[in-house]
Design a protein around this ligand. Structure first.
Ligand code: MFK
Length: 181
């Protein structure tokens, strides 16, 4: 499948954080009301991302009728959200808080409503605060991809980054004590 994303040739390697989820364990939601991974997001994707070997993660997503874009196939924006979420678990394996600054998707084949898509993401490398990731969506054979994604995440200080917004969260009551100086 074709992708024109240019991966820098001078990326550094990184190591798994000692307290990161072990292979086979869920990486865990970063926010209980997150649209992508939150267990308390009734209209969300409720993705459960699992740590893989090395610096990889994966998640399965059942493509349900409400995800439809073209007749009988998934909306590209939903797939893009799922990619963002799954690749967003990679910084957690590094023990970092990070947000997406760049997300690029190459769609190779339509994805049928009723199918279950596996999203598999890996670390490509790091460069200062930037974390480069790649992910593939497939139906069981990673070499037969439906879509490929690349994303760049940048590490942040969580409290500083979200302090102006946390009162807008549906979970503001739970966050407030952690944001009070
Ligand atoms: C607590 C964990 C929470 C996890 C949430 C995960 C949720 C799922 C993922 C998401 O959807 S996150 C939501 C969407 N993303 C955002 O809202 C991020 C909005 N962007 C920002 O707030 C700022 O750009 C950010 C704080 C991330 C960075 O601004 P800074 O002023 O701190 O850093 P700077 O602009 O100097 O950029 C740092 C590096 O990133 C690079 N960079 C910035 N934007 C880029 C871009 N668009 N593409 C590639 N590189 C980029 C920038 O060139 C630089 O590289 P170098 O080290 O090489 O100089």
């Amino acid at each position: 499948m074709r992708s024109e994303f240019v991966v820098p040739t001078d990326l550094d390697t990184a190591t798994r954080h000692p307290r990161a989820a072990a292979p086979g364990e869920p990486v865990g939601e970063h926010n209980p009301v997150c649209y992508g991974c939150g267990s308390r997001a009734p209209h969300g994707l409720n993705l459960r991302t699992i740590a893989g070997d090395g610096l990889t993660v994966w998640a399965d997503m059942a493509v349900t009728p409400w995800m439809e874009g073209g007749p009988g196939v998934i909306h590209g924006g939903i797939l893009s959200t799922a990619f963002d979420e799954v690749m967003g678990a990679i910084p957690k394996l590094l023990g970092a808080n990070a947000v997406t600054v760049h997300l690029e998707i190459d769609y190779g084949k339509p994805v049928s409503v009723g199918s279950t898509v596996r999203l598999h993401a890996e670390l490509l490398g790091v460069q200062r605060r930037k974390i480069f990731t790649k992910a593939v969506a497939h139906l069981g054979d990673p070499n037969d991809s439906l879509a490929i994604a690349h994303a760049v995440f940048v590490t942040i200080k969580g409290r500083e980054h979200f302090s102006d917004y946390v009162e807008n969260s549906r979970a503001a009551d739970e966050y407030r004590p952690h944001f009070t100086p």
